[in-house]
Design a protein around this ligand. Structure first.
Ligand code: IMP
Ligand code: MG
Length: 205
């Protein structure tokens, strides 16, 4: 059997950069993959500075945090374990239902562990508020939060993340794990998605 060599792969670059948007949806880059990569590395350094020799138990909030968690975990080094929880606060589309519902709980106990909750985006903060209340009751040794994106303007609940990748404007974003109706999670850059005619507004690159 011949192993598939990365160097020999002839994947067309255009395939990877196609956003896969449907008619009526326009997508433009807000934060490039290079900036995301660099920032994730910095966040990992900050976290390791605060917890130098501590086994870190990463709790990813499904599904949006998966790519962020995967990259952060590789940058962290040291002893790291993962678990995942699934909650939903958003219905289909861009509007929150305002309610948080648990779909899947953690697999293992967090009692006595140094827990880092890993979230894709902090929006109203209702999801994080719900999660922190739930996890605090379970008596972890430390409980910290890392979010890739923070839409500060939209906050309703009084919560803060300990490690924040980027503060972003009030726009609906997709890519790097974030979705719009389960699509766009595979985009390597963080992008703004807008409904309506193909927009030319490039926000930031
Ligand atoms: P919150 O409870 O309002 O803070 O919302 C948290 C969740 O809503 C996030 O974990 C995301 O799954 C989703 N969400 C909020 N804003 C966006 C967005 O701009 N794009 C995609 N998902 C979002
Ligand atoms: Mg999420």
């Amino acid at each position: 059997m011949v192993a598939t060599g990365v160097a020999k792969s002839r994947r067309r670059p255009s395939q990877k950069s196609k956003p896969g948007n449907r008619p009526g949806e326009s997508v433009c880059i807000l934060i490039t993959r290079a900036r995301v990569k660099q920032r994730v590395r910095q966040l990992a350094r900050e976290i390791r500075r605060d917890f130098p020799n501590e086994p870190m138990h990463l709790v990813g909030v499904l599904k949006g945090s998966v790519l962020f968690l995967a990259d952060l975990a590789r940058e962290l080094g040291g002893e790291v374990s993962f678990d995942f929880i699934s909650v939903s606060s958003y219905g289909k589309g861009m509007d929150s239902t305002g309610e948080v519902k648990m779909n899947k709980d953690l697999d293992v106990s967090i009692e006595g562990r140094s827990v880092l909750v890993v979230e894709d985006i902090l929006d109203t903060g209702l999801t994080l508020k719900y999660l922190l209340r739930l996890f605090e009751e379970r008596k972890p040794k430390h409980l910290r939060v890392a979010v890739l994106l923070d839409k500060v303007e939209r906050r309703i609940a009084d919560v803060k993340a300990d490690y924040i990748g980027f503060v972003i404007p009030n726009e609906f974003v997709v890519g790097y794990g974030l979705d719009y109706d389960e699509r766009y999670r595979n985009l390597p850059d963080v992008c703004v998605v807008r409904l309506g005619p193909r927009g030319k507004t490039k926000i930031e690159a």
